[in-house]
Every structure is written in structure tokens, then in C-alpha cells.
Design a protein around this ligand. Structure first.
Ligand code: SB7
Ligand code: NI
Length: 181
């Protein structure tokens, strides 16, 4: 299973790369990567497992965060009606979005960032995302609220974008990544 040891931290160049499209139908290797990713996200939300393995809770994960520069994301998050959106997507793409923006009240965090970065991260309030599931189904989902924010955070990772890149007027010292030692 994946643990925090597998999570790449800021300063690693893979987090700044444009991840490569997954060739579909997904290979067994890519499906295994995706399965491990969703398993990690689910485990990280289980208090006992998280405690046992020292996992930081996360509602999503993108493949570059485990050092794999491929367009794969995993999300496990409740929507407004408290229904779980639990999915892996290959080649996720935002095909349309609202003009209206939103943000999380308390800003965002990232498993690849071991510090608190202050500031609000502007996100589209509503998006339509297309992609291919682990089962090979092509989907198109309309999302709002927290799921919409999480998908935008994860798809940003596939494009080498960190959440703090989007914080307006953030002091440069918070934007600088530590050099790769
Ligand atoms: C706050 C947290 C996340 C997404 C949006 C708002 C996910 C944190 C875990 N990750 O670093 C996933 O990339
Ligand atoms: Ni992140």
C-alpha cells in the first residue's frame, strides 16, 4: 500500500511537469497505479488506518504526487447531499465551467506541501469534467461545491500547478519552492 513515504513533496520537479495522457484502454499497470491511489485516499480518511500508518487525510490524489507523470487522479469526497463521489479518472478534463468563482473558507492544503500557506484559492464554482473510469467508462459529470474544488486541485497537479500559484497577492516567499536537495 501507499504511505506518506511515497508522496512526492514540493521541490521535486515532477510536480511541475505536464503529465502525459494515459493510453486507453488503460494498461494493467496504469489500472494498478489508479487502484493504489484511490486505496490511499480512502485509507487516509479511515481514522484507525491513518493513525496506524501516519497518513495525512486527503480527499484526492494525483499521480504526479506519487512521482508518476501520468494523467490519473483519484477522488473520494462527499457532495452537498452527502453522497460519496469516489472515483479514479484517466485523462480528466474540464470541458466547461461557470463564470462564477468560489473558494474554500480556510484555503487549501496539499499532501505534497508540508506547511500552511495562507490565502484563498479561487476556483470555478461549477465544472463539467470528462474522463475515463477504472472500468473504462467514459463519463461527463457536472460538479459543484467541494467536489468541483477537489477536481480542479487534482487536475492542476496534472498541469504542474500548485494551489498557491492561484493565491492572489501571496508574498513571494510563500510561493517559492525549496530547491531539490
Ligand atoms: C483542499 C484539499 C485538497 C483539494 C482541494 C482543497 C486535496 C488535498 C490532497 N492533495 O494534495 C491532493 O492533491
Ligand atoms: Ni494536492
Amino acid at each position: 500500500m501507499l504511505t506518506m513515504k511515497d508522496i512526492v513533496r514540493e521541490g521535486h520537479p515532477v510536480l511541475r511537469e505536464i503529465a502525459k495522457e494515459v493510453t486507453l484502454p488503460a494498461s494493467n499497470e496504469d489500472k494498478e497505479i489508479a487502484q493504489k491511489m484511490i486505496e490511499f485516499v480512502i485509507n487516509s480518511q479511515d481514522p484507525d488506518i491513518a493513525d496506524q500508518y501516519g497518513l495525512r487525510p486527503g480527499i484526492g490524489l494525483a499521480a504526479p504526487q506519487i512521482g508518476i507523470s501520468k494523467r490519473i487522479i483519484a477522488v473520494h469526497v462527499p457532495d452537498e447531499r452527502d453522497e460519496l463521489i469516489s472515483a479514479v479518472l484517466f485523462n480528466p478534463k474540464i470541458v466547461s465551467h461557470s463564470v462564477e468563482e468560489t473558494h474554500l473558507e480556510n484555503g487549501e492544503g496539499c499532501l505534497s506541501v508540508d506547511r500552511e500557506v495562507p490565502g484563498l484559492v479561487p476556483r470555478y464554482a461549477r465544472i463539467t469534467v470528462k474522463g475515463t473510469t477504472l472500468e473504462g467508462q467514459d463519463i461527463s459529470w457536472r460538479l459543484k461545491g467541494l467536489p468541483a474544488i477537489v477536481f480542479q486541485h487534482e487536475i492542476d497537479h496534472l498541469n504542474g500547478i500548485m494551489f498557491y500559484d492561484r493565491i492572489q497577492g501571496l508574498d513571494d516567499k510563500f510561493k517559492k519552492e525549496l530547491p531539490n536537495l
